[in-house]
Design a protein. Structure first.
Length: 260
């Protein structure tokens, strides 16, 4: 750093002069220093997710995220011991489990929580206060304060949130179809549905709609072949069209337009 006289022409004396010492006339009362000071901000984030199906009735979802970082809150031009930083770790997670009972009941359990901390202080408060154990401030702008904000460090907050909900709902595909017709102001004959279960196929036909059933061979996924048992079951409840998958879209569309 290089010392220079304060601007203004009075050598930083703010109008004060002393003939004996030469202050204000030959000797400066204050000098200014210019420097380039740096600080360091960094962060990393880790997130993970697990989706697991336990049989046909239970589906589990788990999510975890942690975020760690250091915020350069204040950079002091006098000494890096006076720099203020904030370490800010955060943890959050959620667990969700859905259990279905037949075709019309489902239970959803959600457990979630988070914890966050943001504490502001010098990186080494003991070393900072050993250098100067108090805060020094000056009137005007000639001098820069020392030990800035020592009187309020450390400060910050720790925040915790958590909650759980267990929701038991009754629903049916029939209710969904009725809602679609009602909210879109259409008749059953204008409804086109796709499904791989006999319930939605049957409900669609009950209102006069066009039902496309998907009878995929799930044991050989992607084979393009029918599951013959599904084919018979879905056709038996009135499916207008039964397909193994959606790979032949043009033929399916032509069939649907001809059927409608």
């Amino acid at each position: 750093m290089r010392a220079t006289a304060l601007p203004g022409g009075d050598l930083g004396c703010n109008g004060f002069t002393d003939a004996a010492s030469g202050l204000g006339t030959a000797a400066p009362c204050a000098l200014q220093f210019q420097s380039t000071a740096g600080n360091f901000t960094h962060e990393y984030l880790v997130t993970a997710r697990l989706d697991q199906n336990f049989g046909d009735s239970d589906r589990l979802f788990v999510h975890f995220r942690t975020d760690h970082g250091v915020q350069a809150t204040y950079t002091d031009p006098i000494s890096p011991l006076f720099n203020a930083v904030s370490t800010q770790p955060q943890y959050e997670g959620q667990l969700q489990e859905n259990h279905t009972f037949g075709t019309s009941l489902v239970n959803q359990f959600i457990l979630s929580g988070s914890w966050y901390s943001a504490i502001f202080s010098t990186s080494n408060l003991a070393a900072s206060t050993q250098l100067i154990p108090f805060r020094v401030g000056f009137a005007g702008t000639a001098f820069y304060p020392l030990g800035r904000d020592f009187n309020i460090w450390p400060q910050g907050r720790n925040v915790s949130q958590y909650g759980a909900v267990d929701d038991y709902k009754q629903f049916s595909k029939k209710m969904v179809i009725e809602r679609i017709l009602r909210e879109n102001c259409i008749q059953g004959e204008q409804l086109l549905s796709f499904g791989d279960g006999y319930v939605e196929i049957e409900n669609t036909k009950d209102v006069g709609g066009l039902a496309v059933a998907v009878a995929s061979d799930e044991a050989n996924n992607g084979s393009g072949r029918f599951d013959e048992w599904k084919h018979r079951r879905l056709a038996g409840v009135g499916a207008d069209v039964v397909i193994p998958d959606f790979r032949d879209a043009e033929a399916l569309l032509s069939c649907l337009l001809a059927t409608s």
